[in-house]
Design a protein around this ligand. Structure first.
Ligand code: UD1
Length: 419
C-alpha cells in the first residue's frame, strides 16, 4: 500500500506546468475509433484513467505506440471487436464513451456498466435516450450495456439534464448518422469543445459546441494521419490556484486557458486573493487569510463540482462562515469528515455544507474518498501544521499527473512511501 507523507505548513511558491485535461483525454482516445486509421494525440496526461482507456483500445485490436510519455500514435484500423473487456470498462466512468464510439463505428457495442468515483447515483439514462433517438436498441443488463442499430439516423435530442458525458457520447454516436442530429440543452464544458474541435479537424461537421445547442451533420468518413493536442486541464489548474489560496502562496501556472477559469478567478478575488493573467499563464497569490465565500456548483460556466472539495479546504481556513451547495452530485461531502479529523469545523446536511473557518489545520492520517477529495487533502496537508499521512492514492493517480512532484517543486514537503 502506498501513502503520501506531507509535512506542513508550507507557503507554496514557484511555477507549475498544467497537463492535458483528463476529461478531454478519456473522450478523445475512444473518439479515435471513429477514424479507422491513424492519429497522434499530444499533451495526454500520464494518469491511470488514460492508461486504462488505452489498454481497452488495445484489447479491441488497436495499436498504440507511445512517442513520449504524453504523446501516443493510435492506429484503430486493426480494431475488429465491438465487445470491450467488461472488467476494465466497469472500473471507471469514462468507459461510457466506448458505447458512443463503438456504436458509431460498428453499429454494435458491449461495454461493462461504467464505474468511477463514488459520488452517489451516476445514471446514464440521457446517454441511452440519445442513442435510442438515433435508432439504436439499448439494453442494460446486469453489469453491462449492449446496443445495436441497423442504421443510425440523425434526430433532435433534448437533454433533460445538462450532462457532459451524454453530450460527448451523443456527438460520438452521431458523427456518421444520416442527416442532422441536434442536441438541445447540451453541456458546454471546454472538453466538449475540445472533442468537437478534434473531430472537426479530421472531417466531422459539428457546429455549436460550447453553446447549449449542438448540431451534427453526418459525414461518411474521417481523415487518417492527423495530430491533435489535448486542451489544458482547467480542473488541475484550479486545484493549484486553490492551493495558492489555502497556503498563502504565490504560484504561476503555465499552459492554461484563463477563460476556462473565470468563475474560480472571480471567487478568489472575492476572497481577497490576487490573480494576474497573461497569455497562457496565470499567477495566483494571497498574502492574508482568505475571507468567507458562498459557493454553488453548477454546469460550466458555473462553479465546477470538480473544484468543490479543493475550495472546501480554503473555506475551512477562511475568516468567517461559508456555505457550499453541491448541485451536481448527491454525495460529494465525504472529504469533509477527513478535514474534520484535521481540525476543520464543518457540518454538512444533504447537498449543503457549512464551513466555520479555523485559523489552522493540524496534520492527521486521512483517506482520499475520491479523486478531487484526494487533491483537496494534499492541499490541506501542505497548509496544516505537522504531519499528514494520506491513503487511497489510487483515486488521485487516476486523474493527476506527477502530483506530488509538482507540489514538491512548489516547495511542499511531500513524499510517497510504500508500506
Ligand atoms: C463529468 C466529469 C466529472 C464531473 C462531471 C460534472 C468526465 C469523465 N467526468 O462526469 O469529473 O464531475 O462531468 O461536471 O468528464 N445525469 C443524469 N443522467 C445521465 C447523465 C447524467 O441524470 O444520463 C446527471 C448526473 O447524475 C449528475 C449530472 O447529470 O447529477 C451531471 O452529470 P454528467 O455531466 O453526466 O457527469 P459525467 O459526464 O459523469
Amino acid at each position: 500500500m502506498e501513502k503520501l507523507v506531507i509535512q506542513g505548513r508550507t507557503r507554496l511558491h514557484g511555477e507549475v506546468t498544467i497537463s492535458g485535461a483528463k476529461n478531454a483525454a478519456v473522450a478523445l482516445i475512444p473518439a479515435t475509433l471513429l477514424i479507422n486509421g491513424v492519429c497522434t494525440l499530444e499533451n495526454l496526461p500520464n494518469i491511470s484513467d488514460v492508461q486504462i482507456q488505452c489498454e481497452i483500445l488495445k484489447e479491441l485490436g488497436a495499436t498504440i505506440e507511445w512517442l513520449n510519455p504524453n504523446t501516443a500514435r493510435i492506429d484503430t484500423s486493426t480494431v475488429d471487436n465491438y465487445k470491450a473487456p467488461l472488467d476494465k470498462t466497469s472500473k471507471f466512468r469514462a468507459s461510457y464513451y466506448l458505447i458512443g464510439a463503438l456504436l458509431s463505428r460498428f453499429h454494435n457495442v458491449e461495454v461493462g456498466l461504467p464505474g468511477g468515483c463514488n459520488l452517489g447515483a451516476r445514471p446514464i439514462d440521457q446517454h441511452i435516450k440519445g442513442f435510442e433517438a438515433l435508432g439504436a436498441n439499448v439494453e442494460v443488463a446486469t453489469g453491462k450495456v449492449t446496443a445495436s442499430a441497423e442504421n443510425l439516423i440523425g434526430a433532435p435530442i433534448y437533454m433533460d439534464t445538462v450532462s457532459v458525458g451524454a453530450t460527448i457520447n451523443i456527438i460520438l454516436a452521431s458523427v456518421f448518422a444520416k442527416g442532422t442530429t441536434t442536441i438541445d440543452n447540451a453541456a458546454k464544458e471546454p472538453h466538449i469543445v475540445d472533442v468537437a474541435n478534434f473531430l472537426n479537424s479530421i472531417g466531422a461537421d459539428i457546429r455549436g459546441a460550447g453553446t447549449d445547442i449542438i448540431k451534427i451533420n453526418g459525414v461518411e468518413k474521417l481523415k487518417s494521419g492527423s495530430t491533435y493536442s489535448v486542451v489544458p486541464d482547467q480542473i488541475e489548474a484550479g486545484t493549484f490556484m486553490l492551493a495558492a489560496m489555502a497556503t498563502g502562496g504565490d504560484i504561476v501556472l503555465k499552459n492554461c486557458i484563463s477563460e476556462h477559469l473565470d468563475c474560480l478567478t472571480a471567487k478568489i478575488i472575492e476572497m481577497g486573493g490576487k490573480v494576474d493573467e497573461s497569455g497562457d499563464e496565470i499567477r495566483v497569490y494571497c498574502n492574508k487569510r482568505p475571507t468567507k465565500a458562498n459557493i454553488k456548483t453548477a454546469p460550466y460556466p458555473g462553479f465546477p463540482t470538480d473544484l468543490q472539495s479543493q475550495m472546501g479546504v480554503v473555506l475551512a481556513l477562511a475568516d468567517g462562515t461559508s456555505v457550499i451547495s453541491e448541485n451536481i452530485w448527491e454525495s460529494r461531502f465525504q472529504y469533509t469528515y477527513e478535514l474534520i479529523k484535521m481540525g476543520a469545523k464543518i457540518t454538512s446536511q444533504g447537498k449543503t455544507a457549512f464551513f466555520e473557518g479555523v485559523e489552522k489545520l493540524s496534520g492527521a492520517p486521512v483517506y482520499a474518498t475520491d479523486l478531487r477529495a484526494g487533491a483537496a487533502l494534499i492541499i490541506a496537508g501542505i497548509a496544516a501544521e505537522g504531519t499528514t499521512e494520506l491513503y487511497n492514492l489510487q483515486h488521485i493517480d487516476r486523474g493527476y499527473e506527477n502530483i506530488e512532484e509538482k507540489f514538491r517543486k512548489l516547495g511542499a514537503n511531500i513524499i510517497r512511501v510504500r508500506e
